[in-house]
Design a protein around this ligand. Sequence first.
Ligand code: PMP
Ligand code: GLN
Length: 380
Amino acid sequence: MRPPPPFADTVFDRVSALARKTGAINLGQGFPEIEHAPELLAAAQRALVEHSNQYPPMRGLPHLREAVVRYYAQEQGLELDSSQVIVTSGATEALAAAISALVGPGDEVVLLQPFYDAYLPLVQRAGGTARIVPLQAPGWTIPFDRLEAAIGPMTRAIILNTPNNPTGTLLTRTDLERLGALCAAHDLVLICDEVWEGMIIDGSTHVSPLHIEGLRERAVKIGSAGKIFSLTGWKVGWALAAPALAERIAAQHQFLTFTTAVPLQWAVAEGLPLPATWHAAHRARYAASYQRLATGLAAACYKVLPSAATWFLIVDLAASGLEPDDEAVATRMIREAGVAAIPVSAFCGDAPEKGYLRFCFAKEDATLDAAIERLARFRS
Ligand code: PMP
Ligand code: GLN
């Protein structure tokens, strides 16, 4: 099920298409079944008639850039300035702008595997080469010795993802401090994809590189309103960086999309200041869905790895007594059980990690229960 790198249809599109064709329950692509943010939908409707629908400023609506800064002060205790914020068409465009700002032909970028599927093609499109360092399963910890060995004279950046899709794990402050020391020693930029920062479901605290003293000048923080509000189709995201770095990212953004749908920018600017209790209640719904799927799968003898964040949990195939070939099991599961999941090898480069499947639990209880029942039958 893995695409020939780098530009075939994404694994998410292919699995969703197969799920539609076969009528399988789709726990593959990460999107919620219900929209839980009526405040945002109402704000977007109002924005269409109350505000101009012409081009907003290239770096984003000032209201939104200020709301992003206040949101990070409220949720993460970060002190930022709106001049650091560039609004983009989803986190995907923020990643593209940051990577093309920092990487050119011959440059190298370190990726930690498994990694979100967009990173590798974006690095390659910029003319760069990826140096891939596997995280250590099943805890998905960073092997710092291997990471350091992967850094060479042409390395320009490390791309991180915390909370991590697909593993559901978070980097610790100690991890980030060690990464900060490496970046300072080798003059690297840390591109940190934090789109899942609003979806921590086990009470852990999110730590961003922008919390770490030595990283504030050399980190790019990437966020997504699509994830914060569970409105994945909105594609409103942002990159935050120190002024000189922000300048370089904005220079790329102006010729990628120039700007992003303005009514949605207004709506996100209205949504971000919702009280911390709103954001906490939003997360709590997903924490309950995680518990439901994790408990149901465990009762059906699947070995579920703990997820601290995201809409995803991982099943360890060998520990569940299944063959350790994720693509083969995923294909069989769609056809025989009628449940779609994503093989973790789709988040890998060469030497893929083959023993794990990712399931999305951001679904209605009835959908999760039906999937659990089908997956229990698949085992018997
Ligand atoms: N990074 C990660 C880790 C993601 O999981 C996703 C989407 N699921 C994105 C980036 C893309 O976000 P957006 O839809 O805002 O472009
Ligand atoms: N990020 C979503 C996921 O991990 C999918 C996004 C997409 O379809 N490109 O499932």
